[in-house]
Design a binder for this molecule. Structure first.
Ligand code: TSJ
Length: 640
């Protein structure tokens, strides 16, 4: 070895760190599904956003390359390439040590927003190859890694210079390790919506996105000078507004606060918290500060306006936020996080400051916009009325014993009582339900046919939801109860089926049914989704039977196109119009048999953008009436 320092103590720690990441990747990036894969890109991009926050970078480029790799470029100062302690360049430290932070953190903001924000070394460890290109001091430097290990031997720890330039910046190109990830194809829709969100949170930043992969080449620019106001408008674009977008900002104790909010005509709230541009999925002190002050302000006004009479109780926080979409974004010099996934902001001063800014600014706004205030109080009144009905309905129900177990409706249950082996198919339509009952393996597969369009739970109050026979049967069959804003009776440990599989046609109606069911689960049984129990079956569109060779199921028109290109000889093509038209044998092969079927695992993404992505699940062109679940449903995990 030319360089003896290769074997010193620091490189041993490096290898141990890499090994830990490769052994338990989920600990560092959440999962090895598509969600975890996309996370690699965000992990890298966040570094460039840091450089933007530090004031040195105005443009970021993200390219999904033809060879399956991703490239991220910024026009910042360039990662320092100079020699650091123990004969390692600063750049190598960034890419080989876990939690490389501190000295290389941009002083103003620590953005690492949780367990998963652990940085570039994790991406490096999980990549077959990774190339770093740094432009600084007139030179272009390059360094290369394979599975996290440096491939270049450096003389005196100095990076090779591969060219000259007047520009500065950093470029990372990496190819995810296919022995670690289930699938290594980045999902463009998620990447795009995350980048778009980053643009909303950083109104001075421009993000160029390019997909060079042959399936659907695309170039987009995300630049959102209206910031979180634009974010709110986008989140609400398929909802009916009840107010303008309200925006305020302020600063105190070195913490800056920005809030944008709007009311829409729906029975739910959507309040998102960000700290230093990182989404806090578990919320935290910034949100509690915002919520408590907002509730107090509205109650005070409601009494002043005599909408709440002396004898009336205050509106609850949930009442006040009925219909609210809000983004609370703060910048904090030293954020701390707690909670299961370390995404819950814990700084008490954040609550205080957000509360103060909200108190000052929202009162100023409402004093000048009385009509908006009255509309908002109207939303709270509606919510309070429903809450009171629900409370009554719930007490009644509890006394009547919530669900009788004889009323299992049309459920054809399975024989096994071992939940880890059992599956339940929720099947649209009686005829498909009938075939499914014949086709299934009754030992472990249960079938629950549902008819037509179930209730749209987004718009209905809980007593209506629970009066719906099909919903009742479902809740009853799953065995865990349900949860709602007022009290949580959901117990996932009682779940009777490991997999809950939605089975609907691959058309617009089917997509609608899936959407309604997912909305139901998301609202009343979200843990089912969070814990990875909910799937959507992907019935094939075609079966191709070649003159010789094996028949093949094709799941969409693109697959058919590929098949036509690949198979020169003659073949017959069978088209499935719907689940109802398949006989039991076909249904078994295409949709029920674990050996041949295709399932999509429904995941909730950290992303929360209502993007144009409504066709993710079914490939159908469905209007975006309620798109959040589809946005969150990542692509198929082939279940074989
Ligand atoms: F572009 C990118 F996303 F691929 C990317 C950019 C990926 C990674 C891992 C890092 C970066 C990056 C880092 N862009 N800019 C920087 N800046 C620094 O690391 C830097 C530069 C100069 C100084 C200084 O004090 O002079 C300090 C820092 C932290």
């Amino acid at each position: 070895m030319a360089n003896t320092s290769t074997y010193d103590a620091s490189s041993i720690t490096v290898l141990e760190g890499l090994e830990a990441v490769r052994k338990r990747p989920g600990m560092y990036i959440g999962s090895v599904s598509t969600k975890g894969l996309n996370h690699l890109i965000y992990e890298i991009v966040d570094n460039a956003v840091d450089e933007h926050l530090a004031g040195f970078c105005s443009e970021i480029r993200v390219t999904l390359e033809e060879d399956g790799s991703a490239t991220v470029t910024d026009n910042g100062r360039g990662i320092p390439v100079g020699m650091h302690e123990k004969g390692m360049s600063a750049e190598r430290l960034v890419f080989t040590t876990l939690h490389a932070g501190g000295k290389f953190d941009n002083s103003a903001y620590k953005t690492s927003g949780g367990l998963h924000g652990v940085g570039s070394s994790v991406v490096n460890a999980l990549s077959n190859r990774l190339t770093v290109t740094v432009k600084s001091d007139g030179r272009i430097y390059e360094d290369k890694y394979e599975k996290g290990i440096p491939v270049l031997e450096l003389a005196d720890g100095l990076l090779p210079v591969i060219g000259r330039t007047k520009e500065t910046g950093t470029t990372i190109n990496f190819l995810p390790d296919d022995t670690i990830f289930d699938k290594t194809r980045f999902k463009e829709d998620e990447v795009k919506s995350r980048l778009h969100e980053t643009a909303y949170l950083n109104p001075q930043l421009t993000i160029f996105y390019e997909d060079k992969r042959p399936e659907n080449p695309e170039q987009l620019t995300f630049h959102e000078p209206d910031g979180i106001i634009g974010f709110i408008k986008d989140l609400n674009k398929s909802r009916e507004p009840v107010s303008d977008v309200i925006y305020y900002s302020g600063e105190s104790e070195g913490i800056t606060v920005e809030v944008a909010l709007q009311y829409v005509n729906e029975f739910h709230e959507d309040v998102l918290g960000f700290c230093n541009n990182i989404y806090n999925s578990e919320g935290g002190t910034h949100l509690t500060g915002f919520k408590s002050t907002f509730t107090n302000v509205i109650n005070t006004y409601a009494r002043e306006l005599n909408i709440l009479k002396e004898k009336d109780a205050n509106f609850t926080g949930t009442d006040v936020r009925n219909g609210m979409t809000a983004v609370v974004s703060i910048k904090h010099p030293d954020p701390r996080f707690e909670g299961q996934t370390k995404t819950k902001l814990d700084n008490q001063d954040a609550a205080k400051v957000v509360s103060k800014v909200t108190g000052d600014e929202i009162v100023r706004y409402f004093d000048r916009n009385l009509d908006t205030l009255k509309n908002i109080i109207g939303c709270a009144e509606k919510a309070a009325k429903i809450r009171k009905t629900e409370e009554k309905a719930k007490t009644n129900m509890l006394s009547k014993q919530k669900f009788s177990f004889d009323s299992n409706g049309k459920l054809a249950n399975c024989e096994s009582r071992d939940p880890s082996k059992c599956e339940i198919f929720i099947v649209e339509g009686d005829s498909a339900g009938g075939s499914a009952k014949t086709a299934r393996d009754r030992n472990y597969q249960a079938i629950l046919p549902i008819r037509g369009k179930i209730l749209n739970v987004e718009k209905a109050s809980i007593d209506k939801v629970l009066a719906n026979a099909e919903i009742k049967t479902m809740i009853n069959a799953f065995g865990c109860g349900f949860s709602e804003g007022y009290g949580n009776d959901f117990d996932i440990s009682k779940l009777r089926y490991d997999k809950i599989i939605i089975m609907a046609d691959a058309d617009v109606d089917g997509a609608h049914i899936s959407n309604l069911l997912l909305t139901l689960f998301y609202r009343f049984m979200p843990e089912l989704i969070y814990e990875g129990h909910v799937y959507v079956a992907m019935p094939p569109l075609y079966k191709a039977v070649p003159a010789k060779g094996k028949e093949e199921y094709l799941y969409d028109d693109k697959a058919l196109e590929r098949y036509r290109k690949k198979h020169k000889g003659s073949f017959t093509l069978q088209r499935y119009k719907g689940l109802g038209e398949m006989d039991a044998q076909q249904l078994w092969e295409t949709t029920l048999d674990p050996a041949t079927r295709m399932l999509k695992l429904v995941e909730i993404e950290d992303g929360r953008m209502a993007s144009e992505v409504t066709e993710l699940l079914m490939g159908a062109d469905v209007p975006p009436r309620r798109s959040f679940i589809y946005d969150h449903a990542t692509d198929a995990e082939l279940d074989i």
